[in-house]
Design a protein around this ligand. Sequence first.
Ligand code: AOF
Ligand code: ZN
Length: 349
Amino acid sequence: MDMSVGDRFMRRALELATLGRGHVSPNPMVGCVITHGSGSQERILGEGWHKQYGDWHAEVNAVNAVHPENKHLLAEATVYVTLEPCSHWGKTPPCADLLIEHRVKRVVCCNDDPNPLVSGQGFAKLRAAGIQVETGILAEEGRLLNARFFTFFEQKRPYILLKWAETTDGFIAGEGGKPVKISGDLAHRLVHRWRGEEDAILVGTNTARLDNPRLNTRLWAGKNPIRVVLDRNLVLSANLHLFDGSQPTLVYHASQTNVPTNYPNVSYVFAESLDQLIGDLYLRKIQSVLVEGGAAVLTSFMEAGLWDEMRVFRSPTMLGAGVKAPTVRGILRNREKIETDELTSYTKR
Ligand code: AOF
Ligand code: ZN
């Protein structure tokens, strides 16, 4: 692959950023590589990434990783950082100020920060201090890495993933929605990993009732997401795992009467449409939601154009009859084998 030296360091910064996956939301994953010299003499002085929500940003960790004897070289350094350095006082002081304080020579980024607290002001601060700024390097890769963060700020809604498993003959569940094991154990565990990577998981009434899911990450060491249940007419029984209070749970309903109030950790929210529900998740600062079924719910998200990614397991099992799986209308992005299952992912564009 033909790759400029700068691209090589930025790829490294992107790779570092991914180490924060599952730990930094609602913040973006950010990586940073600080180099000295140019051409074939360009060498890494320090590296860092944003590790944990509320903790130091990537730039701070990279500056701190520079050996004390090399700190003076920062004044001739290039900083490759996957996102525009922040300009605001948040949980930590502004990264732009830190880079100015060390009088770095050049800052190279993949993307501008879409968060209105920053958006352009980080670059403006750096330029005003005489630091060279370049942005748009590996921009596609940077946007893909933080697709949730960008979708949230640019489209004012969470990033929506639709996930299901279907049999070779195209069924998602047995007759009457009866739960059947379709994909294998490894696929099952992978889904638990995905749950830990998203802010929320959503299921419809039938899935909640018939599968009685826990929607947690017990098969993978990860954080438990917020559970979201559609219960339009408030028909779900209080005995379901979803109401056990173990994780924050949002129940969206369109009924004006008999709204329960006394389940710990469960909030009831009135919403008459999918748009209203999505709008409410946005106001709650939920940046991503994994929709796990059932077929009707998945199809309604698809038909409303409310999705960004689909992940479909196709297993070698045959059912003969049951609930038909939704029809995919996306563009193929990736196909891989997970034991005997085939995992295919699709995007809109
Ligand atoms: C950076 N480097 O590594 C990250 C940035 O609440 P705070 O203080 O952690 O600020 C969060 C915001 O800062 C977040 O929404 C995004 O705009 C930016 N994240 N910026 O310079 C980083 N994680
Ligand atoms: Zn910062």
